[in-house]
Design a protein around this ligand. Structure first.
Ligand code: NAP
Length: 256
């Protein structure tokens, strides 16, 4: 059985790694990356890079490569590829599983302002602070470009492009981040408000703890909904179990 993992996340790499390490006989795994990042962390095993050409292109790819199951392990905010995967799976009849790490949950002491979009987050900012730690990625900076009175520390994997805030410092880095490092960043740059997507997971969560400790407000952009009707699991182990179960179902029997 050929499994396609739609990746670009730690969980997708872990799933590919665990399948590569203990590959059950008869399983072939291909990981797919969008090609957004200059030097991506490659998952173990076969990798393809680049878009498919929408839901139709993905459906075609599934047919041409005899894919027997798809795991959508993309980032919680990669909504387009997730809806394309749902459409392609429906069109081809290929089983689809969504692997989505759980979202973050506020705890006592957190001062969170939840918003439905980057634009809404930008609208809130002037009432919350002047020096912003912006961790929502380089592609959504246009939403903050008009906030000329605020200063931004923008952290992203690759360098941002215009439109972007006029007053900003860029920090090129990628997780995992440490609590000590995040505390120091907030202190050194006199940050008074943090903006994040609800990405979930441990790698980028220390900023939330550091903000809580410092009593800073955090603007949290909510996730797009998971396409309805698709089974969803929270971790790579559960996704591997789903694949193994499908493999056993498709394996030819020898006992007649
Ligand atoms: P998106 O808006 O959902 O997808 C835009 C287009 O990129 C898709 O229509 C598809 O092109 C292509 N694409 C996306 N993921 C792909 C994959 N795994 N393999 C092949 N093509 C893919 O996605 P995005 O938010 O730009 O994210 C791009 C990638 O970065 C995703 O793989 C995601 O897991 C990763 N990522 C995203 C974020 C985030 O905050 N959005 C954060 C960390 C990592 P075609 O229509 O041509 O097929």
């Amino acid at each position: 059985m050929h499994v396609l993992i739609l990746g670009g996340t730690t969980e997708a790499r872990r799933l590919a790694g665990s399948l590569a390490a203990g590959t059950p006989a008869g399983l072939r795994v291909t990981s797919s990356l969008a090609g957004r990042v200059g030097a991506p962390r490659l998952p173990p095993g076969e990798v393809r890079i680049g878009g498919f050409g929408g839901a139709e292109g993905l459906a075609r790819w599934l047919g041409e490569h005899a894919v027997g199951a798809v795991v959508d392990a993309t980032h919680p905010f990669a909504g387009t590829i997730s809806s394309n995967a749902t459409a392609a799976a429906a069109a081809t009849g290929v089983p689809l599983l969504v692997l989505r790490r759980p979202g973050w949950v506020p705890v006592a002491g957190d001062v969170w302002h939840e918003t439905g979009s980057l634009e809404e987050a930008a609208g809130l900012l002037p009432s919350l602070g002047r020096r912003v730690f912006l961790t929502t990625g380089r592609l959504g900076l246009a939403a903050f470009a008009a906030l000329e009175d605020l200063w931004f520390l923008v952290r992203s994997v690759d360098a941002p492009q215009a439109p972007a805030p006029a007053r900003m410092e860029v920090l090129l880095d990628r997780g995992p981040f440490t609590l000590g490092g995040e505390r120091e960043l907030l202190r050194r740059h006199a940050i008074d408000v943090v903006v994040t997507k609800d990405s979930g997971g441990q790698a980028t969560a220390p900023k939330l703890t550091a903000a809580r400790e410092a009593g800073l407000p955090v603007v949290v952009v909510r996730r797009p909904p998971v396409p309805p009707g698709v089974p969803i699991v929270p971790d790579p182990e559960a996704a591997a179990a789903w694949i193994t179960a499908r493999l056993h179902r498709t394996a030819p029997t020898t006992d007649g």
